[in-house]
Design a protein around this ligand. Structure first.
Ligand SMILES: [Mn+2]
Length: 351
């Protein structure tokens, strides 16, 4: 398993120099953030980013994310042009040595929370989702902005895009995803890249917009669309695990054994039975997920892909991008390293 860390580029206050000092850190996960969605990532830009990362003593092998244009998710006639651009970007990334490309297929909104400053008992702050708070939001009438939302949508644009999605039910979203995968995965495969879809976060419909990468049944269906290791998962324990409906440990074991997990996001969450959750430290006893059992499932199945600590709380007075401070994610990485080392040594001593 290769340990990685998400970095938001030259403007990230969590610098490459700081990241490199986290024990066991090898790989940077990042993206080119200033290219508009749907346009090609030029080879020279990718190479410059790679050089910057390598100069800091780290490797650039995972992209998160290469975003999918809304027209592809909507199945509009313009999608072919955007798919063509997507493939060009994949070829350029492969040429620069990228191994895994994370993306998602969530309509309009990325991850959705109702607060990024939920106070825990220890006075740290974390991301949380409370169903009641979400139900009180009217996306049409209110001037709302929630964390994770693409703020580039103006109110009128948002109204328009909701109008477009009013024709998209689950089956049409599946069909648009299928169209995309059948075009893109063979190209990824040829160039040695694993496409790794990130599950929907949270894994249920938001504001009437369908979400389909949500549960074992749907992930089984997804993997069958193109049966190739280049059509893989970013298994995000926190996204799929924010509801008791998903058995995370058994899903990890199954998909890792099938060699369909290219990238793992490790994060813990505390959920209740009413659709609410908040993110916790990585420690098993702080949340609803058993980190040792998850890592053991990966270890038993010979997982050799990439993992990263996912969101962290804000601790020790740190401020910055919600979920992406240095301290709690670094603690998460160390905790994961400790569990993994134990599993490795247990394996050696049992032989
Ligand atoms: Mn994730």
């Amino acid at each position: 398993m290769k340990m990685s860390f998400r970095w938001y580029g030259a403007n990230d206050q969590v610098t490459l120099e700081k990241i490199r000092q986290i024990p066991g850190m090898q790989v940077i996960v990042t993206a080119i953030y200033d290219v508009p969605v749907g346009q090609v990532w030029e080879y020279e830009r990718i190479l410059a980013l790679k050089k910057q990362i390598e100069d800091a003593g780290l490797r650039f092998e995972v992209v998160e994310s290469l975003p999918v244009h809304e027209d592809i998710k909507l199945g509009l006639p313009t999608r072919d042009k955007y798919i063509e651009n997507y493939i060009k970007s994949l070829h350029n990334l492969a040429k620069a040595g990228i191994k895994v490309v994370c993306y998602n297929f969530m309509p309009v909104f990325d991850w959705t929370r109702t607060t990024v400053e939920y106070p825990l008992k220890d006075h740290s702050k974390t991301l949380a989702y409370f169903k009641k708070d979400l139900e009180n939001i009217n996306v049409y009438d209110d001037d709302v902005s929630l964390p994770g939302w693409d703020t580039s949508y103006k109110k009128e644009d948002l109204r328009h895009i909701f109008e477009q999605y009013s024709h998209i039910d689950e089956e049409s979203l599946w069909s648009n995803l299928t169209y995309f995968l059948r075009a893109v995965v063979p190209e990824a495969e040829k160039s040695g890249i694993k496409m790794a879809i990130h599950p929907d976060d949270p894994p249920w419909n938001i504001f009437g917009l369908c979400r389909i990468i949500t549960c074992e049944k749907n992930i089984d269906r997804f993997l069958k669309i193109v049966d190739s290791e280049s059509n893989s998962l970013t298994f995000c324990t926190g996204s799929l695990g924010c509801t008791p409906d998903n058995d995370i440990v058994s899903m990890v074991r199954k998909y890792s054994a099938q060699k369909r997990i290219a990238f793992v996001h490790l994060r813990n969450v505390k959920f209740d039975n009413d659709g609410n959750f908040y993110e916790t430290s990585h420690l098993s006893s702080d949340g609803s997920l058993d980190m040792v059992a998850i890592l053991k499932a990966l270890h038993d199945t010979g997982f050799d892909g990439y993992c990263r600590p996912d969101h962290g709380r804000m601790i020790w007075g740190e401020t910055g991008r919600p979920g992406y401070g240095l301290y709690d994610r670094a603690l998460g990485a160390c905790y994961i390293n400790g569990i993994w080392e134990t599993l490795e040594k247990e394996k050696c001593s049992s032989h």
